[in-house]
Ligand binder design. Structure first.
Ligand SMILES: [Fe+2]
Ligand SMILES: [Fe+2]
Length: 295
């Protein structure tokens, strides 16, 4: 069996080419939708308010329509009562409107089919949504200041898969042979075949989209937070990923996500009974939100 240190030392010419191509693909990625970028900034600015968020939402008609539909969904308990984005700002308030907008905005980016990974069109999105909700709940429990950022981190933590997918599709056989013969995870196979795993690529996307460095680091280590130098968000994402899988929002076979690093719960002071509660909460939330976002 090849261990991870050996992975890094195997640098074939083909892999060097792929690595360069992947970095270019990240570089060529369009910027984060402007309105989401602005709203993300407002969400961590203590001087901003819901009306400002509403103002930005109104600049993007498709987003505004989606936000309104969600605001009227059973999840937010306002069925049929919210008539405009400004109205939503008054009824829902700063935090909820911001959260709902990030969910609405990222649902398009993450709703793609990924044939390389074998995901249907809503599979990446459903998993990302579950991890986002679980991350926010964990953050609220242990460090409420991180809760908005935790939601975004959860939404984009696996976005590297969107970039890697066509490369995986072209080399699917090499992946399957490696996973089978070496008895390794798909995550390790990404690194072995392509030179980068999806967490590293997602972290590059964060940097390109000018997210804080600490968030890029958290995403880079969401599968192995013990290497993150104590980055709280990396541990939050790691546990949220695990809870999402427990709740049935995993991917099936390509990541061994039912394994979590030892010491994760201890680091976050989250207990077994908390995990069960979070699992139930996200199940309930996903059920209510999903219908509105996949329409
Ligand atoms: Fe991941
Ligand atoms: Fe994940």
């Amino acid at each position: 069996m090849i261990d991870e240190a050996q992975q890094e030392s195997i640098e074939t010419p083909d892999r060097q080419d792929i690595k360069a191509e992947l970095l270019k693909a990240v570089k060529d990625l369009p910027p984060m939708p402007k309105v989401l970028f602005k709203i993300q900034k407002l969400l961590i600015d203590p001087n901003s308010d819901a009306k400002q968020i509403a103002g930005y939402i109104e600049t993007d008609q498709a987003l505004a329509a989606k936000v309104l539909r969600m605001a009227n969904s059973p999840f937010y308990g306002m069925t049929g009562k919210v008539s405009s984005v400004q109205h939503a700002a008054v009824i829902l308030g700063f935090k909820t409107l911001g959260e709902l907008t990030m969910l609405a905005g990222f649902s398009d980016l993450m709703g793609k089919k990924l044939p390389g990974y074998g995901y249907n069109s809503d599979e990446l999105w459903r998993h990302s949504l579950a991890v986002a909700l679980a991350s926010r709940i964990i953050a609220e429990k242990i460090n409420p200041e991180l809760s908005n950022e935790a939601l975004t981190a959860g939404l984009i933590h696996d976005m590297g898969k969107v970039i890697l997918d066509p490369y995986v599709l072209d080399r699917r056989e090499a992946f399957d042979v490696f996973v089978e013969n070496e008895n390794q995870t798909f995550l390790i196979a990404e690194k072995h075949v392509l030179g980068f795993d999806h967490a590293e690529i997602a972290s590059e996307i964060c940097l390109k989209w000018k997210f804080p460095d600490s968030l890029a680091l958290a995403i880079k280590y969401h599968h192995n937070p013990s290497r993150s130098n104590g980055n709280e968000m990396a541990f939050i994402l790691h546990l949220a990923d695990y809870i999402a899988v427990l709740s049935g929002s995993g991917y099936g076979y390509d990541e061994i996500l039912d394994v979590r690093e030892e010491g994760t719960e201890e680091f976050l002071s989250i207990h077994q009974q908390d995990m069960k509660k979070i699992e139930n909460l996200i199940l309930e939330s996903i059920f209510k939100i999903e219908a509105e976002l996949t329409m």
